[in-house]
Design a protein around this ligand. Sequence first.
Ligand code: IMP
Length: 241
Amino acid sequence: MADPSGHADTVKHRVAIMLATGNRDKVREIRPMLEGISPMLQVWSLADLGLAPEIEETEPTLQGNARLKAAAIFRLIDERFERFIALADDTGLEVDALGGAPGVRSARFAPVPEGASPSYEQNVEHLMLSMAGTTGRTARFRTVIAMKGRLQLPDGNIMPIDDTVDGLIEGAITNERRGQGGFGYDPVFMPEGSTRTFAEMRIEEKNAISHRGRAIAAAVARIRELMARCGFETNHNANCP
Ligand code: IMP
């Protein structure tokens, strides 16, 4: 099995955190925030195991989809790790003038031929068109992170983990696209209290206030607490927003 840290001998004593996503943008954002929790924690992505499962998001809520994905990854890697937590997230942009749409359908908002997936650009274009003639631009991003796995308590008993945390950021949809950074709806989302869109911010600035950054901070706190209960040394200055 490939070991992203290069320390194959210690792998089996560590806790594996499996990021249940094939999206490189997300892995790039999430990995550094988790790595600081404990030297005994090792962050993996599905790509590290050569896995790219197709998990259909069939639930009507962000929480339902996040749990569904974490459970699917749990089953997939169950045999490969002793102590591990699968992390899966689901994010939605909720626009008040559209009654909370695109919400759980944020990735599939723009109409495209059956079998195709809309591009980020097509989704942004569809959002701008949908909002033409509506009043009010307020919106929020919401991320739910589901965690499913198992750790071992100091008395040897297995501790199952099945939990969710969330994070959100209020803001507004701008009238035109601004900035080159980020991804998805970032060029048209301006967080509350800022004069710049997410796409005009450096990745660290976005992470410090974003829905995903906040959900990850909650997940980091929960994982640190779980690892401490299981007797692992943890770093209280973990690199989280
Ligand atoms: P997912 O559930 O994380 O895959 O996100 C669903 C959709 O929301 C994605 O296809 C993106 O278009 C959008 N999205 C998710 N996170 C962000 C973000 O941080 N900025 C902008 N758009 C995002």
